[in-house]
Design a protein around this ligand. Structure first.
Ligand SMILES: N[C@@H](CCC(=O)N[C@@H](CS)C(=O)NCC(=O)O)C(=O)O
Length: 135
């Protein structure tokens, strides 16, 4: 049954995984944490997310749910007995989705530049990242 046996395929440093871990914590869900090696992807990850082959994946009763924002929505729908993750006000819900989108489109991409560049490019990426955090 949904919600009975939950496993999270994740990587500690992933901001997308963090998003899911926060949602699970907010809802008080007990789950098994399975750290994945993204440089040598295991059979379980490839089987559970054959399309993107990325973490996080929430495996609930053997069925995978992929993509962090979809997982967060799933958690909210399955553990309905706990307080909803989003506001009841449509405008506030839109704002929450806006900032989630900002993290996906802006923060993650700039963050990636910090560890994939060197020298001046890296310094510029660091500045850009701090600027985005301030926004
Ligand atoms: N849009 C995805 C992004 C997930 C993602 O980019 N995960 C990274 C780790 S932070 C990953 O699994 N990368 C492995 C790869 O690209 O092969 C989500 O929101 O879940």
């Amino acid at each position: 049954m949904a919600g009975d046996q939950v496993t999270l395929l994740d990587l500690w440093a992933s901001p997308f995984g963090m998003r899911v871990r926060i949602a699970l914590a907010e809802k008080g869900v007990k789950y098994e944490y399975s750290e994945q090696d993204l440089w040598n992807k295991g059979a379980l990850l490839l089987q559970m997310n054959p399309v993107h082959k990325k973490i996080p994946v929430l495996v609930d009763d053997g069925k995978p749910v992929c993509e962090s924002l979809i997982i967060v929505q799933y958690i909210d729908e399955v553990w309905k007995d706990k307080a909803p993750l989003l506001s009841s006000d449509p405008c506030e819900r839109a704002q929450s989705r806006f900032w989630a989108d900002f993290v996906d489109k802006k923060l993650y991409e700039i963050g990636k530049k910090i560890y994939t560049t060197e020298g001046d490019d890296q310094e510029a990426a660091k500045k850009d990242f701090i600027g985005s955090l301030q926004v």
